[in-house]
Write a protein that binds this ligand. Structure first.
Ligand code: C5P
Length: 303
């Protein structure tokens, strides 16, 4: 163990899009088995930690008002869990510079959890192994391990058991940010309601999709994108259909709801098309903002 750092320590951590989200039936513990293909994208939060008298959280950014600053924030929970494992008191101030859409299906909260974990590990000089950090991430939430790892990965179990994937090129994306969030449990609940009495097959990763990632083929990836939560998200928020159609009409190769939504994701062939699709979405009034990004992006990193 190295000496405790006097800080501050800043970690940059990416957002994600699910290029495949295959959802199985509800399990006894209330979670769903998944075949969840995560791809990290170049929208980032930065989490800064410094020693303090107690545990406090602050947040800046356009959506900062929607971020909880109490112990429900995954960044605060990450600091508490790491401190508890080492018999420490989580005396740390956590500041989140938030650029990832909030409650949007892009794992912004999970990113802050992974970021705070890595930052506190460095601040407290703990030198935790990757395996130790990943196990705390899995305790924090199903998407948190991927936020730490970044790149591309297949998540199985409830999404937390990761197999890293090779990506053979750069993919260009546009993300349309909707007004207001969607609750992840509510979207899974709607998935269950829509499948009531219908057998749900075991989730499986698509071979065509993994091959498209491996070869970096955007057209093949566009043809293979899928999200089993999309009908549930559209059922709760029917206006998202218009957003998807707007991006497609403006030249996107494919469009889908990102994770549990309501952010929508548009795969495009290149940077120029990304700008054109983003502009069309912005002027359409079918979304609050449109952001351009590329993937894969790296995982959580100390700056
Ligand atoms: O793991 P996390 O806290 O992010 O999950 C939030 C909620 O999403 C869970 O409480 C559950 O309702 C739903 N969920 C699920 N199956 C998964 C992941 C999440 O039902 N594999």
């Amino acid at each position: 163990m190295s000496a405790t750092n006097t800080g501050p320590v800043t970690v940059r951590v990416p957002a994600k899009v699910n290029v495949q989200l295959a959802v199985g039936g509800a399990r006894a513990d209330g979670f769903h088995d998944l075949a969840n293909v995560f791809l990290a994208v170049s929208l980032y939060d930065e989490v800064t930690v410094r020693p303090a008298a107690g545990l406090t959280v602050t947040c800046e950014g356009p959506d900062a008002g929607q971020v909880p600053l109490d112990r429900t924030n995954l960044a605060a929970r990450a600091a508490e869990l790491l401190a508890a494992r080492h018999g420490l008191s989580p005396d740390v101030h956590i500041h989140i510079a938030k650029d990832i859409p909030v409650a949007g299906g892009m794992a912004g909260g999970s990113a802050d959890g992974a970021g705070a974990l890595l930052a506190c590990d460095a601040l407290w000089g703990l030198g935790s192994s990757r395996a130790e950090l990943l196990s705390i991430c899995a305790e924090l939430g199903s998407d948190v391990p991927f936020s730490l790892v970044g790149g591309a990965a297949l998540g199985t179990g409830r999404g937390e058991q990761l197999t890293e994937l090779t990506v053979g090129g750069t993919f260009h994306w546009v993300f349309a940010v909707a007004d207001g969030g969607l609750s992840t449990p509510a979207v899974y609940g709607e998935f269950d309601r829509l499948h009531e009495g219908v057998p749900v097959p075991a989730p499986e990763a698509s071979g065509a999709l993994l091959e498209a990632l491996r070869t970096g083929d955007a057209s093949a990836l566009a043809a293979a994108l899928s999200n089993d939560l999309q009908p549930a998200a559209l059922s709760l928020r029917p206006s998202l259909r218009t957003t998807l159609d707007t991006g497609l009409a403006a030249g996107a190769l494919a469009a889908l709801v990102s994770g549990s939504g309501p952010t929508t994701a548009f795969l495009v062939k290149d940077e120029d098309t990304a700008e054109a699709v983003a502009q069309a979405l912005r002027s359409s009034a079918t979304c609050r903002a449109a952001r351009v990004a590329v993937s894969p992006a790296g995982g959580a990193v100390v700056l």
